[in-house]
Design a protein around this ligand. Structure first.
Ligand SMILES: Cc1cc2nc3c(=O)[nH]c(=O)nc-3n(C[C@H](O)[C@H](O)[C@H](O)COP(=O)(O)OP(=O)(O)OC[C@H]3O[C@@H](n4cnc5c(N)ncnc54)[C@H](O)[C@@H]3O)c2cc1C
Length: 377
């Protein structure tokens, strides 16, 4: 569709995807109104610490963001050194000359990624309406309302601590089935989580084991622990462009299916959706060109990873931590290969997005993983 002059574009959702779309449209002089269901940005994350992944492109992710017009005026900590553990508690040092990721804060506080994107959008004249949950989407519009379903969950705590900055990971199905447990500490603030791809009903047990393991391994000490959790949604969308209204970010299923890193795809899909409206371009073609192959590879990687089990994770950690260039090694895991192409149909069958959890009737439901929210038409 072509945007007429003065046509106001509606964006549902002020997450990284929606705000990146709004910024891109506003920079081109297009009037934009963003509707955000909550009273603030990043509400579902509190002050969560998350990693802005920096291995899938040769170019640094912050440079990539700037190159598409997004400010990087948020606080960040380059993640270059950490430790991974296997089920047997062998320590595998993670080291990289260049950052593997940038630790950022999510949520509404000053200095967070969400606040920086919001500030840029507001400076450009974007109108953001908080406490405005859209029930239907007009046209032209972009749908950026976050995950639809729980394909993975990350559950644990936010806390204050005297521990030094650092990151630690444990690959162990007894702590985080088919996923990984992680501990991130930055300037006295921490998050500890079990990120699991199955076994959601037993989430409490996995979180308890995760806490205990980090206490024993690295002396985790939490002050004022606050429970926190969230869901992740992954799939390769077939048609994220109904009626010329692009669907972006996790609402479209865009996320690295292997590890659950979604911020980069969220921002990039927002930028591409905005461009598709501005330039009357095919959004499907744009996102496929930008990260379609990477999404497919990550589905294959996920299917393979979920078959590894504890011995397999140890094999993977040994391999990954014995290379000279870990960042390059990880990037190669996302590169196209004939084998991964051949495995894709199998991986897609094996790994299907869990669109609904049928075991929950939503009555008095307090679990972080089931779908209690309504549909957006
Ligand atoms: C615990 C946890 C840890 C994570 N860690 C990482 C990490 O380390 N690295 C990484 O890259 N990714 C991580 N992710 C994933 C990443 O946070 C998401 O992929 C990313 O935030 C998706 O951005 P989004 O804009 O698509 O959706 P969201 O950030 O969810 O934003 C969607 C917004 O839409 C609003 N909304 C919903 N419905 C409506 C409606 N009807 N009308 C108006 N507004 C609406 C919501 O309130 C929300 O603000 C993590 C996720 C979780 C849960």
């Amino acid at each position: 569709m072509t945007l007429g002059e003065g046509n106001v574009v509606t964006i549902a959702g002020a997450g990284p995807a929606g705000l990146s779309a709004a910024i891109t449209l506003a920079r081109a002089g297009q009037p934009v109104v963003v509707h955000e269901a909550q009273a603030e940005v990043g509400h579902r994350f509190g002050a969560d610490l998350q990693g802005l992944e920096n291995w899938t492109t040769e170019e640094d992710v912050l440079a990539v963001m700037r190159s598409v017009g997004l400010n990087t005026d948020f606080r960040y900590l380059p993640g270059m050194r950490g430790v991974a553990y296997d089920h047997w508690r062998n320590a595998w040092p993670i080291e990289s000359e260049l950052p593997l990721f940038y630790l950022v804060e999510r949520g509404p506080r000053p200095g967070s990624l969400d606040s920086a994107l919001l500030a840029q959008a507001l400076e450009l004249g974007v109108e953001v309406r908080f406490n405005s949950r859209l029930k239907t989407i007009p046209s032209p519009a972009i749908r950026a309302v976050g995950p639809r379903a729980a394909d993975a969950i990350a559950v644990g705590y936010h806390f204050e601590t005297d521990m030094d900055d650092g990151f630690w990971v444990i690959c162990d199905d007894e702590l985080a089935p088919r996923g990984y447990a992680y501990l991130l500490v930055w300037e006295g603030q921490g998050t500890v989580k079990s990120c699991m791809f199955t076994g959601f009903k037993q989430e409490k047990r996995y979180v308890e084991r995760t806490i205990r393991a980090f206490e024993e391994l690295v002396g985790l000490k939490m002050r004022d622990p606050r429970p926190h959790g969230g869901v992740g949604n992954f799939r390769i969308p077939v048609q994220p462009f109904p009626d010329g209204r692009p669907v972006v970010g996790e609402q479209a299923g865009f996320q690295d299916t292997l590890w659950g890193f979604g911020m980069r795809h969220a921002m990039m899909s927002g930028v591409l959706a905005a461009r598709s409206l501005l330039e009357d371009d095919d959004y499907n073609a744009l996102w496929r060109r930008e990260f379609g192959a990477q999404m497919e590879t990550s589905v294959v990687n996920r299917a393979l990873f979920s078959m590894l089990g504890n011995r397999g994770y140890r094999w993977f950690l040994r391999k990954a931590t014995n290379v000279d260039d870990l960042r390059g090694f990880l990037r190669r895991q996302y590169g196209p290969s004939l084998l991964r192409k051949l495995l894709l149909p199998w991986a897609r069958r094996r790994y299907r997005s869990v669109r609904k959890d049928r075991s929950c009737d939503h009555v008095d439901c307090s679990c972080v993983w089931c779908r209690c929210g309504g549909e957006l038409a």
